[in-house]
Design a protein around this ligand. Structure first.
Ligand SMILES: [Fe+2]
Length: 254
C-alpha cells in the first residue's frame, strides 16, 4: 500500500501538470477531466464517448421551474430559521452575461455552501466542526432584466477533505445556473480574494490558465457593503467567449 500523499506531494504534482500544460502552448481554461492531483477525478471521469440524446425527449421528464416557484426570500440564507446564523454576514452580487456582455435574464441561480465553521449539512461531512441550527446553506434567485443577482449569506469557512493528508478547500460558494433547459445546467464555484489555500488546492489549480482561475475569485466591493450590517462581494459570471467562467463537470462534489 502506498503512503497517503502529503500536501507537498500534491503541490509538486500540480506544478508538474501546469508545467506540462504550459509546454503544450495554448493555455486552456478547462481542466482535464482526469486531473490526478484531484484524486477522485481519476475514478469518476468519463471513459466512454458521451451518449447523444434527443433534447426534446429529455424535456418530457426533467424538472421545470416558473417565476412563481422562486420566492425572493430564498436569496437570503440568513433568514431561513428562527435565529440568526453565526459568522460573517455577506452580500454576494453580480451579473450573468454572455461573451458580448449582454445580460442573461430570468436565469435560475442556485447556491450551496458550508457554514461559517466549514461544515455542510450532509451525511458525508462528519468533520468535527459545529453545524449551525440557523443555517442550511442553500439558496436560489432569478436574474433580473440586467442579468443581476444578489444573495445575502454567511461567509463560508474552509473545510478539510480526503484528497490527501491535511487537504483543505479554500472557502467557496457553489453556483448552479439552470439554463433554459435541464441539459444546459452549469455548475461552478466562487472564491474569496486573498485565500491562502489557492496555491494548495488541486480543484482550483486543475484549471490550467491563471486568468481563468482568477475569474472564479470575487472582488471585495466597499460600495456593496452595508454600514453596520454586511460586507459586499461582487462576482460576474460569463457564460461564453474567451473570458467565460470555468464550469465543472457534473460529478464533482467538493
Ligand atoms: Fe464545497
Amino acid at each position: 500500500m502506498t503512503a497517503e500523499p502529503t500536501q507537498d506531494d500534491i503541490t509538486r504534482e500540480i506544478q508538474e501538470k501546469q508545467r506540462e500544460a504550459a509546454e503544450r502552448g495554448i493555455p486552456s481554461r478547462h481542466p482535464s477531466r482526469d486531473f490526478a492531483p484531484y484524486r477522485s477525478s481519476i475514478l469518476r471521469h468519463p471513459t466512454h464517448e458521451l451518449v447523444k440524446t434527443d433534447p426534446e425527449e429529455i424535456e418530457r421528464t426533467t424538472p421545470a421551474f416558473g417565476h412563481i416557484d422562486v420566492d425572493p426570500y430564498e436569496s437570503d440564507l440568513t433568514i431561513q430559521h428562527p435565529g440568526e446564523p453565526l459568522g460573517e454576514r455577506i452580500i454576494v452580487e453580480g451579473r450573468v452575461v454572455d461573451g458580448d456582455g449582454r445580460p442573461v435574464r430570468n436565469q435560475l441561480i442556485e447556491i450551496w455552501q458550508a457554514n461559517a465553521s466549514g461544515r455542510y449539512i450532509h451525511k458525508r461531512d462528519q468533520h468535527p466542526a459545529p453545524l449551525d441550527p440557523n443555517f442550511t446553506g442553500v439558496g436560489r434567485a432569478l436574474t433580473g432584466d440586467d442579468g443581476s443577482y444578489r444573495f445575502v449569506t454567511i461567509k463560508p469557512g474552509p473545510y478539510p477533505w480526503g484528497n490527501h493528508r491535511n487537504a483543505w478547500r479554500p472557502a467557496h460558494i457553489h453556483f448552479s445556473l439552470f439554463g433554459n433547459a435541464f441539459t444546459e445546467r452549469l455548475v461552478t464555484q466562487m472564491y474569496f480574494p486573498g485565500d491562502p489555500l489557492f496555491a494548495l488546492d488541486p480543484i482550483y489549480q486543475s484549471i490550467p490558465d491563471q486568468a481563468a482561475r482568477d475569474r472564479l475569485i470575487s472582488t471585495y466591493d466597499h460600495n456593496l457593503s452595508v454600514p453596520e450590517w454586511a460586507l459586499g462581494y461582487r462576482w460576474d459570471i460569463v457564460l461564453t467567449g474567451a473570458t467565460a467562467t470555468w464550469m465543472e463537470d457534473e460529478h464533482a462534489d467538493h
